[in-house]
Ligand binder design. Structure first.
Ligand code: NDP
Length: 250
């Protein structure tokens, strides 16, 4: 009987130390993954999440990286080493209001953070995991948004447009790398209870929008993390090139 222990999956999560990213880290730690958690700021949140996932038995490396900077993305992947999964989660709405009243620099920053950086991370993920490039295959999950299909009128059309780009990237890239052992999927959360809403200047958004969701409430970050946990598992081995909505019916 072969008694070699199975290798643990090694997963990089961007924005992995708070909100949905931290919930993904906890779920994957419970599922036996070792983790590389990328964060940009908030040292306290990073140390807290590291302690939580280590208590669940995962090895955890913290790396500081701003994902809008392609050089920092390259350095992040170089520091991460061999990977079997990448969860590209960093993102933010940044601003709430009609497009006509949104400053052009906010539009540029929103697209840069929610789409351009997702392309940088996807490029680096494929280079790390594709079998033809020396990787062992794997899974890329990008966190999109139901905004990609609702368009978020009056709130953040520029964010919705950027997240729609994530869905298109997922469809195209999945076909590019299907022969390379890499699955490419996206998860589109609806309204989820994190600080993203207050950070964009609308602290009351959860209480206002939650009851309008068909399931009658905002989602918990854990509910998004559970979808990611399934998508990266062997149970989802025939799922690629698609976006799974986790939006309570939105
Ligand atoms: P949070 O604000 O709680 O967390 C955002 C994370 O992204 C933080 O870890 C933050 O890092 C990281 N981040 C932001 N900008 C950068 C950057 N330039 N470089 C590196 N990391 C960065 O938000 P959520 O957890 O709610 O959001 C996670 C993802 O889910 C985002 O892509 C968001 O668009 C998406 N989403 C969220 C929804 C919601 O209702 N909450 C709904 C639909 C989609 P740090 O802590 O270091 O600042």
């Amino acid at each position: 009987m072969d008694e070699t222990p199975a290798e643990r999956p090694r997963t990089l999560v961007t924005g992995g130390t708070r909100g949905i990213g931290a919930a993904v880290a906890r779920r994957l730690a419970r599922d036996g993954h070792d983790l590389v958690l990328a964060h940009r700021s908030d040292e306290d949140a990073a140390e807290r999440t590291r302690a939580e996932v280590e208590a669940l038995g995962a090895a955890c490396t913290l790396v500081r990286a701003d994902v809008v900077d392609p050089d920092q993305v390259e350095r992040l992947f170089a520091q991460a080493g061999p990977l079997t999964c990448v969860v590209s989660n960093a993102g933010a709405t940044l601003h709430v209001g009609p497009l006509a009243d949104t400053p052009v620099e906010v539009i540029a920053r929103t697209v840069e953070l929610n789409l351009t950086s997702a392309l940088y991370v996807a490029r680096a993920a494929v280079r790390a995991m594709a079998t033809s490039r020396g990787g062992s295959g794997g899974v890329l999950v990008t966190i999109g948004s139901v905004a990609a299909t609702t368009g978020s009128p009056g709130e953040y059309v520029q964010y919705a447009a950027a997240k729609a780009g994530v869905d298109a990237m997922t469809v195209g890239l999945a076909q590019e790398v299907a022969g390379d052992g890499v699955r490419v999927v996206a998860v589109a959360p609806g309204i989820i209870d994190t600080t993203i809403h207050a950070d964009a200047g609308e602290p009351g958004r959860l209480a206002r929008v939650g009851p309008t969701v068909p399931l009658g409430r905002a989602g918990d970050p854990r509910e998004v993390a559970d979808a990611v946990g399934w998508l990266v598992s062997p149970e989802a081995s025939y799922v690629t090139g698609t976006t799974l909505r986790v939006g309570g019916g939105r």
